[in-house]
Design a binder for this molecule. Structure first.
Ligand SMILES: Cc1ncc(C[n+]2csc(CCOP(=O)(O)OP(=O)(O)O)c2C)c(N)n1
Ligand SMILES: [Mg+2]
Length: 192
């Protein structure tokens, strides 16, 4: 499965979600499909996408939060999973694209390439729903089910170590930040 195809498959379902991605290839790929004001691309803070998503999910329980993470990033901050498992926000879906690689910085293999099981680690950390998927249709179904589940879910999707040819963006860090903040403020009237 290619991550870009996985993102395209669920793109329509992201319309009403608050979306946080980790930096690098996944951010570039989501942006290449089409930026929306409810998307925030967390740059530089490797390992902290789930932490940002957790904060939003806890403070805005009426919003559905989706986090797109990477295997290398998650491995850098496994404590993020124990904190997710501790607070268990029902409105958070945590997707980990596991390409067994630090793809964005040259493709060095991560510990998932030698068998570390991120879905197993998430479950052991206390995440109540975990799924491990390999095929596009499995991913798409797991994602839709997670949105409907009303329970914290981590989906680990094995993907090929393939990314965009270039990480070009005309969206500045601060512009993304202010736009995303305004989005969160704008939905406050209608939803919790
Ligand atoms: C603290 C920190 N260390 C290193 C980097 C450099 N860096 C940026 S992306 C990346 C790899 C991320 O790997 P993964 O989460 O698996 O995503 P992938 O690139 O495979 O899509 C690294 C090491 C960083 N941004 N922050
Ligand atoms: Mg990776």
């Amino acid at each position: 499965m290619l991550r870009i195809d996985a993102l395209k498959e669920i793109y329509a379902e992201l319309e009403d979600c608050v979306v946080v991605t980790i930096m690098g290839a996944v951010a570039a790929e989501l942006q290449s499909i089409g930026h929306r004001p409810n998307f925030f691309y967390l740059q530089h803070a490797m390992g902290l996408a789930s932490s940002l998503g957790l904060g939003i999910a806890l403070s805005r329980p009426g919003l559905q939060v989706v986090v797109f993470d990477g295997d290398g990033s998650l491995l850098m901050n496994l404590g993020g999973l124990t904190t997710l498992g501790r607070y268990r926000p029902r409105n958070l879906v945590h997707v980990v694209f596991d390409n067994e690689s630090l793809l964005s910085v040259g493709g060095f293999p991560t510990a998932t390439s030698t068998g570390s099981d991120l879905a197993g680690i998430a479950a052991a950390a206390g995440v109540p729903r975990t799924r491990a998927v390999k095929a596009l249709d499995e991913f798409s179904a797991a994602f839709s089910e997670a949105l409907a589940a009303d329970e914290l879910t981590t989906i680990v999707a094995k993907v090929e170590a393939v990314g965009p040819k270039a990480f070009v963006t005309d969206l500045g860090l601060l512009e993304n930040r202010f736009q995303f903040q305004r989005y969160l403020e704008s939905v406050s009237a209608e939803r919790a």
